[in-house]
Design a binder for this molecule. Structure first.
Ligand code: HEC
Length: 182
């Protein structure tokens, strides 16, 4: 190989590597566009990271009375938000669950729905038992899932913001109030 041929070879390799890197860039761009649209509308309306987790639990190994209470829980606690909110939330103690069920109960009251105190107790009983099984006894597993949900929630929030920005792009800018010179 003379020096001209060697030069030619170097240019060829250089050229091919540029083409390869350009096509991989294009691929990445396409991938990020796919990433953008991969969230469902339900995911985009999540208020809490826990909204993004599963909305059901496998209760087949739970005691029968708890399985019954689970049905009641699903019926009552998924009427305003998804049941995934309480199921994947970090709350575990009876004290917390009593507080939350009371708080939700008050919200239901304002909608004209009455929850009997015996049903309230059964829902708390299910939540405490289920928290023990999934959140306390398998703490590492639950914490890892919670971390994934937090990450996903950040991505979803970002996506929501950029969608809102796109939506407001066409609108006239809001006037910024004069706040003085800082
Ligand atoms: C009447 C509508 C309604 C019903 C029914 C309802 N919730 Fe909620 N829930 C809300 C709203 C609104 C929020 C968000 C604002 C807040 O936390 O008060 C919320 C938030 C929550 C949160 C997250 C609170 C936080 O700050 O982390 C939990 C946990 C929760 N609900 C559990 C339950 C449980 C358990 C039930 C069933 C007993 C239930 N919800 C039924 C309306 C409801």
């Amino acid at each position: 190989m003379n020096s001209n041929e060697r030069f030619g070879l170097v240019y060829l390799i250089f050229g091919v590597s540029i083409i390869l890197s350009l096509t991989s860039c294009e691929k990445k761009e396409k991938e990020s566009a796919a990433l953008k649209s991969k969230f469902s509308s339900t995911q985009l309306t999540a208020h809490f990271p826990y909204d993004l987790g599963p909305a059901t639990v496998d209760v087949s190994s739970y005691p029968l009375n708890i399985q019954e209470s689970y049905k009641l829980f699903l019926a009552v606690c998924s009427s305003c938000h998804s049941s995934s909110r309480p199921l994947n939330s970090p709350y575990i103690k009876a004290y917390d669950w009593k507080r939350f069920v009371k708080r939700m109960h008050i919200k239901m009251g304002t909608r004209g729905y009455v929850l009997e105190s015996k049903d309230e107790k059964r829902i708390v009983e299910f939540l405490v038992y289920d928290s023990k099984i999934r959140k306390i006894d398998k703490k590492d597993e639950f914490d890892a899932k919670a971390q994934d949900l937090n990450k996903l929630f950040k991505e979803v929030s970002k996506e929501r913001e950029s969608l809102q920005e796109e939506e407001t792009l066409g609108l006239p800018k809001k006037e910024t109030p004069y706040v003085g010179v800082k």
